[in-house]
Design a protein around this ligand. Structure first.
Ligand code: GUN
Length: 283
């Protein structure tokens, strides 16, 4: 079997057009969605991500505010800036780019963001609301995965989903979103015994471990849907996912590539969450 390639770039472009139209509608009602991004220090990868977020905001007609702070900033000063943004009516979304320098308590920072502006969906209130199926900001990468499947016509209800990886940002929440949509969910991680036994049961396999080419053909059932969340560099410095694409795409029914799979959806859902936050100020 040769897998259907799920083109995240095309799906993201379609979603961004829909978002841009809704931004225009909101602007006509006097509200311009605004996203504040706080970047602390000089982490190169973070700088690249933040630039893409600014660019996406501008392309979709949103207001983008970038706040850069030095590596040695105190936690107190960072928290004061977040308080200011929490109270700013022009800002509907606040994102503090992670990781943060070690003198700063990441959990304290996340919990200081107003849950009404937590467009990353990392605040415990939004996580709790997501778990109980209430209105919440959903974390962007897991949400993007659900939209990719929906747009590809892949149903979730009753399917067996196996998630490999249990990070707070991807693994744990994506399993919850599948459960909310009536899937049967298994979580695997670094201490799972006989990983292939579990992953071979998956109708939908989510690879979110951060290890290049970790998932091989032997882990995959014929015809399964394989979603690769990894963004790694291989030994030649080339971008690659957690899935050995060449061998797995010969066995899977559908697969996301890296790049142009899950990646473009993450920023798209961040834009969506910012739009949603701005729209909710009119409710
Ligand atoms: N660092 C890497 N990914 C993310 C993300 O999705 N949100 C934030 N705030 N920081 C990140």
């Amino acid at each position: 079997m040769t897998a259907q390639i799920i083109n995240g770039q095309e799906i993201a472009a379609k979603k961004r057009l829909e978002i841009a139209e809704k931004v225009e509608e909101l602007k006509r009602q006097g509200v311009t969605p605004g996203l504040a991004v706080i970047l602390v220090g000089n982490n190169h990868a973070s700088q690249t991500y933040v630039k893409s977020k600014e660019k996406a905001c501008k392309e979709l007609g949103m207001y983008s505010l970038l706040i850069e702070m030095p590596e040695e900033i105190t936690e107190e000063k960072l928290l004061a800036k977040i308080d200011e943004l929490n109270a700013d009516p022009e800002i509907h979304g606040i994102l503090v780019q992670l990781p943060l320098p070690k003198q700063i308590d990441e959990r304290k920072v996340i919990e200081s963001i107003s849950p009404l502006k937590d467009v990353d969906g990392f605040h415990p209130i939004n996580i709790g609301r997501m778990m109980t199926g209430q209105n919440a900001f959903l974390p962007c990468t897991p949400y993007g995965i659900m939209v990719l499947l929906e747009e590809s016509g892949i149903s979730v209800s009753g399917k067996h989903v196996v998630v490999v990886g249990r990070s707070n940002i991807v693994g744990k929440p994506v399993g919850q979103l599948f459960l909310n949509q009536h899937a049967t969910v298994t979580y695997c991680h670094s201490r799972t015994k006989d990983l292939a036994f579990h992953t071979k049961q998956a109708d939908i396999l989510i690879a979110a471990v951060g290890i290049p080419n970790f998932i091989k053909a032997e882990h995959v059932k014929n015809g399964a849907v394989v979603i690769d969340v990894g963004i790694n560099r291989n030994e030649f410095g080339k971008l690659c996912g957690d899935v050995a694409f060449d061998e797995v795409s010969g066995k899977a029914g559908a697969i996301t590539p890296v790049p142009k799979g899950v990646g473009p959806m993450t920023i798209t859902m961040l834009m969506y969450n910012t739009l949603k936050s701005a729209a909710e100020t009119l409710d």
